[in-house]
Design a protein around this ligand. Structure first.
Ligand code: A3P
Length: 287
């Protein structure tokens, strides 16, 4: 299938038609945020489904019922996907959602609400690798061709939700005050309980250490990989083929070292640096 058949272009960005429609994107623009809403904003392949596991547990004090009974896409729906319209009336407050939207696509009601946001960032080299395998396993995405070609595709921003650098720039300069917290995938991998404590405090939950430890155990890569409500095994193989690559693939830091050659690394680093050049913020990794 051609790129035009697979993707919908909306406001200059690419969305897979299988999961997004013009109606769902317009629904997102009209969406009415409430002050109690909680949103994880995550560029694709940076830990979105991880946040779909974490948020309900932080918000409900560690009750495992939702993560054991509701698939991740219905448990913490995507703001931009088709299913939100079906779920919205049934969602209890505080509503937890995720989005891959860049800042400029957030709906007007988001800006006037007090909804809280956790922005998750990941090393873009590991994002690229994760995305490459995702494109191989997901039939609703374009074939990534060779890794070398995919490096160019990624740097040109011809991927879902556009350039990583634009996404980070937009959200890093968002003026949302104490409604917004930043965390990295790397911090979460290195010390999940510490990351959970930070998120819990940000959300005003102040959970006990026992609850934090329990949540960390149930949100570990190993546990999530066997949770059929979170590992996408409920999705028919014709859409997502875990034999080609499991969705919960490795869950580690630095897998890029097994994929990039020196030329690709030099090209990648210089392109990302160039795109971020005038930005005053620092990144938590060496590029
Ligand atoms: P890898 O492909 O590097 O393994 P998203 O949900 O945004 O698409 O991100 C998917 C990436 O997050 C995958 O990375 C996946 O393995 C990783 N991931 C999901 N849950 C995780 C967890 N509990 N611990 C570590 N990584 C996790």
């Amino acid at each position: 299938m051609s790129s035009e058949e697979i993707y919908l272009n909306y406001k200059g960005l690419m969305f897979p038609k299988e999961t997004h429609s013009l109606e769902s994107l317009e629904f997102a623009q009209e969406f009415k945020f409430k002050d109690e809403d909680v949103m994880a904003v995550v560029y694709p392949k940076s830990g979105t489904i991880w946040m779909q596991e974490i948020l309900p547990l932080l918000l409900n004090g560690g009750d495992l019922t939702p993560i054991h009974t509701i698939p991740n896409w219905d448990r913490v729906p995507w703001l931009e996907e088709k299913r939100l319209a079906l779920l919205v009336d049934k969602m209890a407050s505080p509503r937890a959602m995720v989005t891959h939207f860049p800042y400029q696509l957030m709906p007007p009601s988001f800006h006037t609400s007090k909804a809280k946001v956790i922005y998750v960032m990941r090393n873009p080299k590991d994002i690229l690798v994760s995305s490459y395998y995702f494109h191989k396993m997901a039939a609703f995405l374009e074939d990534p061709r060779t890794f070398d070609e995919f490096v160019d595709t990624f740097l040109e921003g011809k991927v879902l939700f556009g350039k990583w650098t634009d996404h980070v720039k937009g959200w890093k300069s968002a003026e949302l005050g104490n409604r917004l917290m930043y965390i990295t995938y790397e911090e979460m991998v290195q010390d999940l309980p510490a990351a959970l404590r930070q998120m819990s405090d940000f959300l005003g939950r102040n959970l006990s250490e026992d609850t934090i430890q329990k949540i960390a155990e149930h949100c570990s890569f190993k546990t999530m990989k066997t949770n059929k409500m979170s590992n996408f095994s409920l999705v028919p193989k014709m859409y997502m083929d875990a034999d080609k690559s499991p969705f919960l693939r490795k869950g580690v830091l630095g897998d890029w070292k097994n994929h990039f050659n020196s030329e690709q690394l030099a090209k990648f680093t210089s392109a990302i640096r160039k795109d971020l050049d005038s930005e005053s913020f620092s990144l938590p990794w060496n590029l």
